[in-house]
Write a protein that binds this ligand. Structure first.
Ligand code: ZN
Length: 234
């Protein structure tokens, strides 16, 4: 009899443990999606949720915020099982082509000839790991048809153009690559590792990206940030 109870307890423990694991690490970021919807419906009543382009939370944070808006999705968020978000999604709460996108840190900008909505900036020395080269990727700066909102200073085929923190790159858009299914107006920002040969690694794989939290001085890792609004303390 006692053995059966023990087996049941082991079984229950396994189910609860597995459930907790799925909840903690695999669940879609439902709480954050609710906040994103709230924000997009009425940004003005949630103005305390927004960060401002060119500002930082802490005076010693290396990066300034690259755009205005609500940081709706974090690094390592999961939209569907097996997927992990490689960057931050910052929603301007405006129409397309309005919210400015600026450089978070000085570096050298490249826009590949085929890039409609994105630029990438080479940072020769990671401010948190001096000597390591990293890349900062900025995307969704075009409308759903692929008409670019990137500044004419950075046409397709731009290589290694020097930029400073705060240099204007363009404006947030809703380009997704599929005109029928545009995304909400936002900036996708990520920190990408170098391949050791002076090229950026594939940004789509989270293992090739870095947790942006220490660079902005703000909890931006989905697994540890909880569902609090990621904004600077007043
Ligand atoms: Zn994103």
């Amino acid at each position: 009899m006692q053995k059966r109870i023990l087996l049941w307890l082991i079984f229950l423990g396994t189910v609860v443990g597995l459930g907790y694991f799925l909840y903690r690490y695999m669940r879609p970021s439902s709480g954050r999606s609710i906040h994103v919807i709230d924000w997009l419906r009425n940004p003005s009543i949630h103005s305390d949720w927004a960060v401002q382009a060119g500002t930082r939370c802490l005076p010693d944070a290396p990066f300034v915020f690259p755009t205005d808006g609500f940081i709706g999705y974090l690094w390592n968020d999961s939209f569907k099982i097996g997927h992990r978000h490689q960057g931050l999604d910052i929603f301007g709460g405006t129409g397309i082509g309005v919210a400015p996108v600026v450089s978070a840190y000085p570096g050298f900008l490249t826009r590949l000839p085929e890039w409609k909505s994105a630029v990438i900036v080479r940072v020769p020395s990671d401010p948190l790991h001096p000597g390591r080269q990293i890349w900062l990727y900025y995307a969704h700066m075009a409308d759903e048809m692929g008409n670019s909102f990137i500044s004419s200073e950075f046409p397709p085929g731009t290589y290694e153009k020097r930029v400073d923190a705060g240099t204007l790159f363009g404006y947030q858009g809703d380009y997704s690559g599929d005109p029928v299914n545009p995304v909400g107006v936002h900036l996708h920002f990520s920190i990408v590792l170098d391949d050791g040969q002076g090229r950026f690694r594939n940004e789509l794989d989270i293992d090739n990206t870095l947790d942006p939290s220490p660079y902005f001085g703000l909890a931006l890792n989905a697994t540890t940030a909880g569902e609090d609004i990621p904004a600077c303390d007043p």
